[in-house]
Design a protein around this ligand. Structure first.
Ligand code: BGC
Length: 261
């Protein structure tokens, strides 16, 4: 637990399920006001809010499509209306759609880039404007992926967007460091969430995935939530512009694990 988080307000985009929901719940357990956000899964967002309230936190569920800058502004306005300010903004919402690159439509490519990269920029811009206007030491966490650095066939759009998130994070961290605004990223590997449910339900695909994880098992959403809580807290006050990999070692060239090479 991180005492300084208590009473602060956090926005978590895409928090009706998966990593976003786990982070929202963790922030709730830290005693924060949590603005959860969803695009279509209203029931999931309400479930997240219920869980936070049951744990004694305060939460609101706001519908907004982060791929549209004006909707991100509306999400910010709703957060202000609900809790009167923001201290932490987590750009988590993301999508992935696999297809061979020679068959991928420009529309599909654009959809992924709009949510995963432009949406993240729009969220950062909103939060930074708020922190500057109120002369605050606010902090931003962007959800990247191991595919910030690992190329991923059939997911060229996704991997490109996550590489972009890494550079966006570093650039904004540098740009606003002297104002005390910290910008970091978390790069999860394969986690036990609905985005991976189909492949993890298939024993062969699960085994193939586990072979890519030196620690040998798929991560839990709570592992990412713990990293987010720490990065958001004052314990990480000197940390900015970094990507924290939470991946069981997936980025450590697993093919070399047993000394081959
Ligand atoms: C994706 C997962 C994938 C993992 C490792 C993540 O960014 O969301 O679907 O299993 O990367 O490839």
């Amino acid at each position: 637990m991180f005492d300084d988080l208590k009473g602060k307000t956090v926005v978590v985009t895409g928090s009706s399920k998966g990593l976003g929901a786990a982070m929202a719940r963790r922030f709730g357990a830290e005693g924060m006001n949590v603005v959860t956000n969803y695009r279509s899964d209203e029931e999931g967002a309400r479930e997240t809010v219920r869980a936070i309230e049951e744990a004694g936190g305060a939460a609101a569920a706001i519908r907004s499509d982060v791929s549209k800058a004006e909707c991100v502004e509306a999400l910010y306005d709703a957060a202000m209306f609900s809790f009167g300010g923001i201290d932490i903004w987590v750009n988590n919402a993301g999508i992935e759609e696999g297809a061979p690159s020679d068959q991928k439509s420009i529309e599909a490519w654009q959809r992924v880039l709009d949510v995963n990269l432009t949406g993240v920029f729009a969220g950062c811009r909103c939060a930074i404007n708020h922190f500057l206007e109120h002369d605050m030491l606010g902090t931003i966490i962007n959800l990247s992926s191991v595919h910030e650095v690992i190329p991923w066939p059939h997911f060229a759009d996704y991997a490109t967007s996550k590489a972009g998130v890494g550079m966006l994070t570093k650039t904004l961290a540098l740009e606003y460091a002297d104002r005390g605004i910290r910008v970091n990223a978390i790069a999860p590997g394969t986690m036990n969430t609905s985005i991976n449910a189909q492949k993890l339900a298939d024993p062969e695909q699960r085994a193939a995935t586990e072979r890519l994880i030196p620690m040998g098992y798929v991560g839990a959403p709570e592992d990412v939530a713990a990293a987010a809580a720490w990065l958001a807290s004052d314990q990480a006050r000197y940390v900015t512009g970094t990507t924290l990999f939470v991946d069981g070692g997936m980025t450590l060239y697993p093919g070399f694990q047993f000394g081959e090479g």
